[in-house]
Design a protein around this ligand. Structure first.
Ligand code: FAD
Ligand code: SF4
Ligand code: SF4
Length: 478
């Protein structure tokens, strides 16, 4: 019966939910895609060919049961679809919004490979759980029985929160520490509202509070409380602190007024969306209004900066990237959205320095070309000598990536094992570090990565912590 409703990809073309027009998008920080109407969600789900070996599922880091929840949706069995979807994903409606689906589930959908256009997996995943919220099916994970053991989680980003949810459901006493005033990590202060509206994150945090997770906010571990004190207060600890040290331009350029790092810029903008007072925004330092903006970098963070600057009322926004469009790391979908909104991409360009005495007046730009492929097969950019020029700018935002902070030094924990890149060394399955009872998950282990990987790590680490807490010798020996 259900089978008849499926395999519609030949008759039914791929459709995404309606996208707001660029003129309207430029005026606010609301999400740009509207919700699927029920009929559309059912129709689009019915395009799935119910593969025996679903590549979409194997390329989803959470191995979501995609074909089954598509079939449920196509048959109008939405509550069952929600039950399946939330069984493997702590935040399905968040992943549905911000996963780079073209590189994960949708990029590996067989009907995409056969030229029919992928099933819109992310949009259906979002639709299922947004509907579940509307209809009151999303409930706090309150445990049936309490346990006495406690776990301290450092970092309230998606990795820490996914672990908190799994542990709390099993009755563990969970305390999450974070140096920010609001939980969510980069979901709250990094990713802009036009990709992920803030109420979507905050209702998840409230749900965890209702389930009994304790949050200790404005608590910078290593400053307000020592790592040792946290280890002393809990039976196990999870480090999920993300990566926050921004890579920058050359040292000579630092300190110039008008040159700002991406995360400071995005955090200020996100705080304004919460209605906070942000002095550096109000005095113009972190505000693009009326300015010629140049963003340096080609990843997702750069995309978020250019599109934020457009919404703040910049007079022009240009993005410099040293490779070409085909070789940029950011999502093609986001690049297209940015172009529609009025961003200009200047491919094959690299900054050489800044112009201006006290304040930035421009960027000295080198033109590049792509040379022969290196050992990895990727073409390396080469400078075209004598082709430099000055790009005028009032605000230059650097989005060149992030590195881990030096946790052993900051936390006076010289024994905590790290890799040569400064990330915390943890077993890739159990997420155990070299310190007994201490686990690590998310970007602090992987380096700058994705929300969906942080969720997976957090869930796996929670499983390993449960095994650790349940092993009689481990906790008793502490
Ligand atoms: P984080 O989300 O970074 O959370 C870490 C938390 O730890 C923070 O709240 C921080 O305050 C806290 N913390 C750090 N140090 C301490 C300390 N000493 N004491 C107490 N608390 C501490 N991924 C996607 O999948 N899709 C996207 O569209 C996307 N867009 C992005 C846009 C931007 C601008 C950025 C920067 C990243 C984006 N990412 C995206 C990546 C994604 O946000 C991260 O991979 C993910 O948030 C990592 O989760 P995490 O839990 O490891 O760390
Ligand atoms: Fe696709 Fe991400 Fe959802 Fe997995 S979690 S199905 S990769 S959108
Ligand atoms: Fe359906 Fe595509 Fe997944 Fe196959 S790969 S099960 S067609 S979504």
């Amino acid at each position: 019966m259900a089978k008849e409703r499926m395999l519609q990809f030949v008759k039914t073309t791929r459709e995404m939910p309606e996208k707001r027009g660029a003129d309207s998008r430029r005026q606010d920080f609301d999400e740009i895609y509207r919700e699927f109407a029920t009929i559309k969600a059912e129709e689009q789900s019915s395009r799935c060919s119910q593969c025996g070996v679903p590549y979409c599922q194997s390329h989803c880091p959470l191995h979501n049961n995609i074909p089954d929840w598509l079939r449920m949706t196509a048959s109008g069995r939405l509550e069952e679809a929600y039950a399946l979807s939330q069984a493997t994903n702590t935040f399905p409606e968040i992943c549905g919004r911000i996963c780079p689906q073209d590189r994960l589930c949708e990029g590996n959908c067989v009907i995409e490979q056969s030229g029919h256009g992928t099933v819109t997996i992310g949009a259906v995943e979002k639709y299922i759980t947004d509907t579940a919220w509307e209809r009151g099916w999303v409930k706090p994970g309150t445990p049936i029985a309490e346990r006495t053991e406690s776990v301290g989680i450092i970092g309230a980003g998606p990795g820490g929160l996914a672990a908190a949810d799994m542990l709390r459901r099993q009755g563990v006493q969970v305390t999450v520490y974070d140096r920010y005033d609001r939980a969510g990590g980069l979901l709250t202060y990094g990713i802009p509202g036009f990709k992920l509206e803030k109420h979507v994150v905050m209702r998840r945090v409230e749900l965890l509070e209702q389930a009994g997770v304790q949050f200790v906010m404005n608590c910078d571990v290593g400053v307000d409380i020592s790592f040792d004190a946290i280890r002393g207060q809990h039976d196990a600890v999870l480090i999920a602190t993300g990566v926050y040290k921004a890579r920058d331009l050359s040292k000579d350029s630092l300190g110039a007024d008008g040159l700002v790092p991406a995360l400071a810029y995005l955090t200020a903008s996100n705080r304004k969306s919460f209605g906070d007072e942000v002095e550096a925004y109000d005095n113009g330092h972190l505000n693009a209004m009326g300015k010629r903006v140049v963003v340096i970098g080609g990843g997702d963070t750069a995309m978020d900066c250019v599109r934020t600057a457009i919404r703040q009322g910049a007079t022009s926004v240009k993005c410099l990237y040293r490779r070409d469009r085909a070789n940029m790391p950011g999502s093609q979908r986001e690049t297209q959205n940015a172009e529609e909104e009025g961003v200009e991409f200047v491919w094959l360009t690299s900054p050489l320095g800044l112009v201006g005495e006290d304040h930035v007046e421009g960027v000295v730009v080198q033109r590049m070309r792509l040379g022969p492929p290196d050992a990895s097969g990727r073409q390396s950019p080469e400078v075209i000598e004598g082709a430099d020029y000055v790009e005028p700018a009032d605000l230059v935002i650097t989005a060149l990536g992030f590195e881990p902070e030096d946790l052993p030094q900051m936390w006076n924990a010289p024994d905590l094992g790290t890799t040569r890149w400064g990330t915390v060394k943890a077993d890739f399955r159990s997420h155990a570090t070299n310190l007994p009872g201490v686990y690590a998950a998310g970007d602090i282990v992987r380096g700058a990565s994705l929300v969906v990987w942080a969720i997976r790590d957090g869930r796996e680490a929670a499983d390993a912590i449960m095994d650790y807490l349940s092993a009689p010798s481990a906790v008793a020996a502490e």
